[in-house]
Design a protein around this ligand. Structure first.
Ligand code: HEM
Ligand code: HEM
Length: 190
């Protein structure tokens, strides 16, 4: 193993470019799916089969892949927490963990729901999840409820996350947001 390919021993003091890209690519996708998902309630089943479910499932699958890459990147390039009161550091870690867990679990529940679905869910019109196994109304309902509850928890965590960033920007004025912005190292790190 060359020195360049060895993982870092000490956590970096700010997010690197790839980590920032992975964060910001996922954000609009998650917003679109969280806001678009509930629209399915108002659609007849015949319409769910078509492009709406197809785009939703495709984008959700892409987000799952990006999140797996992101987790790998996070484990390889850990980032030190910014200096802040202990209770805030703990809360921040908790919310970040909930965000990671929910964004990963949401497409997994979606895929399981699609696999057991009575109607076809074809990601981007290319990959038919529903053809992988026979429809099962009971499991479809179970995974639908998991998808719904996890989606609500994800939405709550996103609101808390954004509220925390606003609090740091406007009240603490410690430039926390800069840690996630291009070409910036942000607040002083531990
Ligand atoms: C980060 C990724 C995802 C997010 C944030 C998300 C979000 C949502 C939300 C909020 C709903 C409305 C749930 C309800 O109240 O009933 C929904 C519905 C749905 N989602 Fe997802 N989803 C994601 C990924 C996926 C994936 C990967 C699939 C399938 C491969 C999928 C398939 C569906 C389907 C079929 C529905 C409609 C269920 C129905 O009404 O019959 N989702 N999604
Ligand atoms: C779908 C919405 C979002 C999700 C799922 C999300 C997810 C995350 C996660 C998991 C982290 C922790 C990264 C790590 O340590 O590996 C993070 C960090 C961060 N996010 Fe977000 N985020 C979202 C939206 C936003 C928005 C809208 C902003 C800006 C207003 C933002 C600003 C930040 C900042 C500044 C950090 C770094 C915090 C720190 O250094 O402690 N995020 N985000």
């Amino acid at each position: 193993m060359t020195v360049e390919s060895m993982p870092l021993q000490q956590p970096a003091t700010s997010y690197n470019g790839t980590a920032k890209w992975l964060h910001w690519i996922v954000v609009p996708g998650v917003f679109m799916l969280l806001l678009g998902g509930p629209v399915f309630h108002f659609m007849p089943e015949a319409e769910k089969v078509t492009r709406a479910a197809s785009g939703h499932a495709g984008l959700g699958t892409l987000i799952l892949i990006l999140m797996l890459v992101r987790l790998y990147w996070r484990s390889r390039y850990p980032v030190a927490a910014p200096v802040m009161p202990r209770w805030q550091a703990r809360l921040s870690l908790l919310v970040h963990r909930v965000l990671y867990a929910c964004v990963l679990l949401q497409p997994i529940f979606g895929i399981l729901m699609a696999m057991t679905s009575p109607y076809d869910v074809v990601a981007f019109g290319l990959f038919n999840y529903s053809a992988l196994m026979a429809a099962d109304e009971t499991w479809h309902q179970v995974f639908h409820i998991c998808h719904r509850i996890n989606g609500a928890l994800l939405a709550l965590a996103v609101v808390l996350h954004i509220a925390a960033v606003i609090y740091h920007q406007l009240i603490m004025r410690d430039r926390l947001l800069n840690r996630m912005l291009p070409q910036s190292s942000g607040v002083k790190d531990q």
